[in-house]
Write a protein that binds this ligand. Structure first.
Ligand code: PEP
Ligand code: MG
Length: 987
């Protein structure tokens, strides 16, 4: 290990590393190197060095020991900083101070530790006082170091776990408060240099008293303590929790960056801030950020002070009176604005920046791809494609399924919201609506949620320790903190509804209640949040699903359509579902299940007729029932095709489990018996005869059409006549007939004869040529035997649609309705990686599918092939379908956008792999607020980067392991359900 390079230098226009080295240098280290050293950037970055993530792993694998020679690398790193910054570490006359910061591959905001002002001691403090002539600033920095160091290095890294409120940081905080009270001042900034000098003495004594050790005066001891503590914080409680939630592997480790300090708290000509190249909450293309004069970075992000807006454009009604950086320091603002433009052009993505102004000089401390919520992410992707800042292929890889899902997420019913008085206002940090009962601690949020309650986590200020509670809560509300506070960042990353900085709220932990201008809300009371507007309402307002009418969403779907190769249809059984699916961009219906018409509103009569058909004994009884059923079928079919005008609609023949439809209620049985003219004893006999031991493998699907050809005939007639009527009326109906649960091609041959006869009759009846109404007949492939003999099927079929629900059932031999009994153990013991009914088992079922496709296409190279099992909406499975060469996937309406995204991402991955796209033209159409700085700024040539970055695709959180347990079929027959416990119903 010692032979390897463990320390990477940056600063002075050069860097050892670059942005592509995130795995080794962490996101922060890699981006600092890029900003400092890339020839297109060379930004003012304080010099520093980054210790690799590999060293973090070494540290843990060797019980905290570093390899020989590493100390020399660190010493050389310090020398490098000294040379560039012109200060010397530990030199009492001209001391260098450094920060020691964490930085994992993927940003984990606030989850690990940082130590600032390292290198300060009694002697170096005097040196800085001499050079700055600012004793107050120096003593303030010193007392901050003691506070941070004792907390992070001497307590947390040592594994000391003090009682609630007894941590060294809190104890020192109390000493600070005591001092403020004694001096009769409110703000830290009101304390004088002498006060702070005295406070340092008090701090040191307290550290000795509480931790039994002295605060180390030796700068080298401090820097090593800092490095160790940052590594240790990789395994701190909150970092571990965050990793579990985000699925970040433990073995990634964190890098450590040691960097020259620059100070934003050196007086009124100094300051610090956090900014985004675009608004991370709305996606608007306006430079957005927050800053504080005379402050250190932690003051902005820790949510202790509500920060000021960076520019006039970013002002809200809450912040209108606060001074913007743009007004206060217009030159620095222009410089910063110019830099953010260069950076965005360089990375072609929205960035999150940290900067500090030290005595009028701007320093860039960090840049990374900025977290954003779903609506913002989609808007940015659409805008950046329009601005030619990014390609459509790159844009689609930037959106995660969860982010897209956010656009489809609930919002407060606008009609109700309009007439409800706003209780409280804050900053809109995370979008959408949330309703829940108030809890005041993260633990309660977790506990109450476990009990099945919906909660809103309400806190005075944001705190990264609350991460688990934030995750569990429906929404988060805090009294303090800005849009860049930890809570806001974390919530935004999760797309969670969040409001911060609701300054009128007071949280009283003692009485466990909150109050807003005299109105009290107790723990357990209901609140509703609108995280898109920052408004809070008392009580529980109704939430409604968002629609697909958002113009950014529509444009983004257009981008996905451009990139993807796979078609995306929907599974819809009613005109209403079909309409919704069209709104979401469905390109047809891949599965219309006839069963739907037998439950739900208006289903009484069709259900009665179906039941009559099922218990019929003779063909004439059955035909009579079917004849009566016919108009209902035709009506449903026609209305659905009307909605889908111009798009194909695949009608799947009835595939019910027959006995489930037999009523159990005596009065219903009697009504049917009377209708059929039979005794109730005879009825019971017929019903008993329908019982099957294993109905999933029983008299269903095509088998019904084989036994009762009249069923096939009537359904075909309903479909084809409905289509003919629509066509005659000038519509473009495109029906497809799909035969389910087939295992041999002879079944298809048998059924096709019946269908073709009906087709001829319909053409004659409507005097319609074949060219106007094509007959398209295909099959579902749901049985392994069908996969194996797919070549034979292909000769008879116009299309295949993989019914992966049944194919998984038959392939595994797992009952789709009973898997809940054993799946949890399978997942727990890692016998299966995921529920195979949710994500295609590529190793087994996937191979069957591939075989089916290969055999089918060997006979018919252009055979249309789709999937209509539940997997058609699962992003991983959609990607598999793309790779397998399917023509389309079909899924429920709300999953259509996610399927489109997954299909586009997979197509983009193919393209990006095949060729590194030419760098898009560096033309950015930006609004006025951007323009002023552009001219001054963009002197440099456009970035030369060629390889397009692929944004990490967040894996959707593991879905609930237990499969939906369908009502037990046997029990269903006894329990007399109101609606039949039909197979189709539970899907
Ligand atoms: C399937 O088996 O995948 C399918 C779509 O059919 P059903 O769920 O109706 O059995
Ligand atoms: Mg099926």
């Amino acid at each position: 290990m010692s032979a390897a390079k463990n320390v990477y230098l940056f600063g002075g226009g050069k860097a050892d590393g670059d942005e592509k080295m995130k795995n080794l240098l962490g996101g922060k280290g890699a981006n600092l190197a890029e900003m400092a050293g890339h020839s297109d950037l060379r930004l003012p970055v304080p010099a520093g060095f980054t210790i690799t993530t590999e060293m973090c792993n070494h540290f843990f694998q060797n019980k905290g020991k570093f390899p020989p020679g590493f100390d020399k690398e660190v010493a050389a790193g310090l020398k490098h900083i000294e040379k560039i910054m012109n200060h010397k570490f530990g030199d009492p006359d001209n001391p260098l101070l450094v920060s020691v910061r964490s930085g994992a591959r993927k940003s984990m905001p606030g989850m690990m530790e940082t130590v600032l002002n390292v290198g300060l001691n009694e002697k170096t403090a005097q040196g800085i006082i001499k050079s700055t002539n600012n004793p107050r600033f120096v003593y303030d920095a010193y007392r901050r170091l003691i506070q941070m160091y004792s907390d992070v290095v001497m307590e947390k890294a040592e594994g000391i776990d003090p009682a609630e409120g007894q941590g060294i940081r809190q104890q020192l905080e109390r000493e600070l408060d005591k001092m403020k009270r004694a001096r009769g001042v409110k703000q830290d900034t009101d304390l004088t240099a002498d006060d702070l000098k005295q406070l340092i003495k008090i701090y040191k004594a307290k550290v000795r008293e509480v931790l039994g050790k002295d605060f180390p005066e030796d700068p080298m001891e401090q820097v090593w303590g800092g490095i160790r503590a940052v590594f240790q914080s990789w395994n701190g409680k909150r970092a571990i929790s965050y990793r579990r939630i985000e699925g970040i592997p433990d073995e990634w480790g964190t890098a450590v960056t040691v960097q020259s300090m620059v100070f934003g708290n050196m007086g009124d000509d100094s300051g610090t801030g956090v900014a985004f190249t675009r608004n991370p909450a709305t996606g608007e293309n306006v430079f957005y950020g927050e800053w504080l004069p005379n402050a250190q970075g932690e003051d902005v992000v820790a949510g202790i002070r509500t920060p000021y807006p960076i520019n006039e454009a970013g002002k809200t009604e809450h912040t209108a009176a606060l001074p913007s950086l743009e007004k206060q320091f217009s030159k620095i603002y222009s410089e910063l604005h110019a830099i953010e433009l260069r950076l965005e052009k360089h990375y072609h993505d929205m960035l999150d920046l940290e900067f500090t102004i030290e005595k009028g000089k701007l320093w860039m401390l960090q840049c990374r791809v900025g977290k954003r919520n779903g609506p913002a992410a989609v808007r940015m992707a659409v805008d950046m494609v329009r601005e030619k800042l990014t390609t459509p292929e790159e844009a689609v890889t930037r959106i995660t399924p969860a982010q897209l899902d956010e656009l489809l997420h609930p919002i407060i019913d606008p009609a109700k919201e309009k007439i409800t008085a706003t209780f409280l206002k804050g900053l809109p940090a995370g979008p959408g609506g949330a309703v829940g009962q108030v809890v005041l601690t993260a633990n309660d949020a977790v506990e109450w949620t476990k009990q099945g309650k919906k909660v809103i986590l309400v806190r005075e200020e944001t705190n990264p320790e609350d991460v688990e509670g934030m995750r569990a809560a429906q929404g988060i509300l805090t009294a303090r903190g800005g849009m860049t506070s930890h809570a806001a960042l974390v919530a935004r990353g999760w797309g969670k509804c969040c409001i911060v900085g609701a300054g009128d709220m007071h949280v009283d932990m003692a009485t466990r209640q909150i109050s807003v201008k005299g109105t009290v809300v107790k723990e357990g009371d209901w609140l509703t949040l609108n995280g898109s507007k920052g408004t809070v309402y008392q009580g529980a307002l109704p939430l409604i699903k968002a629609s697909g009418e958002n113009p950014d969403f529509v444009a983004f779907m257009g981008t996905c359509d451009k990139v993807k190769k796979l078609g995306v249809r929907t599974n819809a059984d009613t005109p209403q579902d079909a309409k919704k699916a069209r709104e979401f961009g469905a390109e047809g219906i891949g599965l219309f299940r006839f069963e739907h018409m037998f439950y739900g509103e208006g289903a009484d009569r069709p259900l009665f007729l179906l039941r009559r058909m099922i218990v019929s004994k003779t063909e004439s009884e059955r035909r009579k029932a079917l004849e009566e059923l016919f108009p209902y079928m035709k009506d449903d079919v026609k209305k659905t095709m009307e909605v889908m005008d111009g798009l194909p609609v695949t009608f799947r023949f009835l595939d019910p489990l027959l006995h489930e439809f037999v009523p159990t209620r005596q009065d219903e049985r009697q009504r049917l018996a009377t209708d059929l003219g039979i005794t109730s004893e005879e009825f019971s006999k017929r019903a008993d005869n329908l019982h099957e031991s294993n109905p999933m493998m029983g008299h269903r699907g095509v088998r019904l059409g084989i036994s009762y050809p009249e069923m096939t005939e009537v359904q075909s007639q309903a479909i084809l006549e409905a289509a003919a009527e629509l066509i005659q009326a000038g519509k473009n109906a495109k029906p497809e007939i799909m035969i389910p649960v087939t295992s041999t091609v002879v079944e298809i041959e048998d059924q096709k004869k019946l269908i073709e006869k009906v087709y001829e009759k319909v053409l004659t009846k409507f005097a319609m040529p074949k060219s106007k109404l094509a007959l398209v007949v295909g099959t579902m492939i749901e049985i392994p035997r069908a996969c194996v003999t797919a070549d034979k099927f292909a000769a008879q079929c116009d299309f295949f649609s993989f019914g992966t629900n049944d194919l998984t059932q038959m392939g595994f031999g797992f009952s789709r309705d009973d898997i809940g009994g054993f799946l949890p153990k399978y997942l727990e013991k890692k016998i299966l990686p995921a529920d195979p009914f949710q994500t295609i088992d590529q190793e087994g079922i996937g191979e069957l599918i591939k075989m089916g496709i290969a055999k089918g296409r060997a006979v018919k190279p252009n055979l249309k092939i789709g999937i209509c099992g539940e997997h058609g909406g699962d992003p991983e499975s959609v990607k598999f379908c793309h790779k397998a060469g399917m023509s389309y996937v079909s899924c429920s309406p709300y999953r259509v956008p996610l399927a489109k995204l997954a299909a586009a991402q997979e197509a983009a991955a193919d393209l990006l792999k095949a060729k590194a796209p030419a760098k898009p033209a560096a033309r950015a159409a930006r609004p006025a607020v951007k323009k002023a700085a552009v001219k001054a700024a963009v002197k440099k040539a456009p970035a030369k980067k060629t390889a397009a970055k692929k944004a990490p695709t967040k894996k959707a959180p593991a879905k609930k392991a237990v499969a939906r347990k369908a009502p037990a079929k046997k029990a269903a027959a006894k329990k007399a359900p109101k609606k039949p416990a039909a197979k189709g119903k539970k899907r």
